[in-house]
Design a protein around this ligand. Structure first.
Ligand code: ADE
Length: 316
C-alpha cells in the first residue's frame, strides 16, 4: 500500500517511515527527513507537551479543499504511538529538499524573476489560506478562512522549481461562521514577526484582524527576500539578516520589540536605491502597505495580483 492521507490510525497496515536526519528544530519539536517505501517524506516529531499543536495542525490539514493546494504543504498522515510521557506524536508530510526560505536565504541570493515567482506563489498560498470558499457544489466542500498566526521565512518551504509552500499550522485558526474560533487570544507566534497590535497585547481579535496580522508578517518576509535579491540596486546584502536583526540582534525581548515597532514605529531598512528601481520600487510600496501600523490600512487583498502583475512585466 502507498501511504495516502488521511491517517495511519485508519490504515494500520501502512508502515511508519524510517527517520534519517534532523532538518529543522522549532519550539514544537523537530522535523526529520525520513524514508517511506521508495520516497522521502518529512516527519515532524512533536514534544509530548505540544499535543495541542499536533491536533491543531491535523485539523487544518483535514479542512476540505486544503489538500493538494500547490502552495500549501501536502499532508500525508498523522501517527501516534504509546501513551502519556512515552507518547510520540508524528505528522508526516511531503519533503522539500531545499528546506525553508530562511535556510535558503542564509546561503543563497535570488535573481529578481526568481524572487518575484517566490513572492507570488507565497502570496497565492496565503491568500488561499485566508479565503472563505463557499460550498458551491455537492462534494466540493466548504473552506473557512484560516489565519496562520506564525507566518515567517522559517515556515515557508521551497520546492525545487522555486515556488513557495506554506507550512506549520500548529497555531492556525479556522473561522467557521457561527462557530466559535476557539481559544485564540493572546500573544502567540514569533516575537520578531509580531504585528504592532499583537505586541501591544490587544486581545479579542475578529477574523479580519487575524488575517491582517499575517499580512504584516508577509511584508517582513518580502523584505528578507529583497535584501537577498542580486538584482536589487546595490546588490544583495553580503549576509542574510532576519527582520530587525540589525536593530535588535538575535534574541530581542518583548520590551525591545515594543519600543522599536510600536513606539518608534520603526520597520526594516528600505534603501532609497530600491525605490528607484522600476519593479523593486513597487514591491517596496506593496511591502510598506502590508506592514502599516494601522492594521486596517494594510491592503492585503490585492497583494497577489500586484506581485503577479510585476512578475509578468519582468518576464515580458
Ligand atoms: N522543514 C520543515 N518542514 C519541512 C519539510 N516538509 N520538508 C523539508 N524541510 C522541512
Amino acid at each position: 500500500a502507498t501511504a495516502q492521507h488521511p491517517n495511519f490510525m485508519m490504515q494500520p497496515e501502512i508502515k511508519l517511515p524510517q527517520l534519517i536526519d534532523i532538518k529543522a528544530r522549532g519550539r514544537f519539536g523537530c522535523v526529520w527527513k525520513a524514508q517511506l517505501q521508495d520516497k522521502f517524506v518529512a516527519v515532524k516529531v512533536f514534544y509530548v507537551q505540544d499535543r495541542q499543536s499536533w491536533l491543531n495542525e491535523q485539523e487544518v490539514f483535514n479542512t476540505e479543499l486544503v489538500h493538494y493546494h500547490p502552495n500549501i504543504l501536502n499532508f500525508i498522515a498523522a501517527a501516534s504511538r504509546g501513551v502519556a510521557v512515552e507518547a510520540e506524536l508524528w505528522l508526516i508530510t511531503e519533503f522539500h529538499e531545499l528546506g525553508s526560505l530562511a535556510d535558503y536565504l542564509k546561503t543563497n541570493t535570488m535573481s529578481l524573476p526568481v524572487a518575484l515567482k517566490f513572492m507570488e506563489t507565497m502570496a497565492t498560498g496565503l491568500s488561499f489560506l485566508h479565503e472563505d470558499i463557499p460550498h458551491r457544489e455537492p462534494h466540493k466542500g466548504y473552506k473557512p478562512a484560516i489565519a496562520h498566526r506564525d507566518f515567517k521565512s522559517k515556515n515557508v518551504l521551497i520546492r525545487t522549481d522555486m515556488t513557495a509552500v506554506i507550512a506549520d499550522f500548529g497555531l492556525a485558526v479556522k473561522f467557521v461562521p457561527g462557530e466559535c474560533a476557539g481559544e485564540n487570544h493572546g500573544q502567540v507566534g514569533t516575537r520578531r514577526y509580531m504585528a504592532p497590535e499583537i505586541l501591544e497585547g490587544a486581545i479579542n481579535f475578529q477574523r479580519d484582524a487575524f488575517l491582517r496580522i499575517d499580512m504584516y508578517a508577509f511584508a517582513l518576509v518580502m523584505w528578507e527576500i529583497i535584501t537577498r535579491c542580486s538584482d536589487s540596486p546595490g546588490g544583495a546584502t553580503p549576509t542574510y539578516l532576519m527582520p530587525y536583526e540589525l536593530e535588535l540582534g538575535q534574541h530581542p525581548t518583548l520590551d525591545e520589540m515594543q519600543a522599536l515597532v510600536i513606539d518608534q514605529k520603526s520597520r526594516p531598512v528600505v534603501k532609497d536605491s530600491w525605490r528607484q528601481h522600476e519593479v523593486i520600487g513597487i514591491l517596496c510600496e506593496t511591502m510598506e502597505d502590508c506592514w502599516d501600523h494601522d492594521a486596517e490600512a494594510r491592503s492585503a487583498g490585492c497583494v497577489e495580483e500586484r506581485i503577479n502583475h510585476l512578475h509578468r512585466r519582468v518576464l515580458a
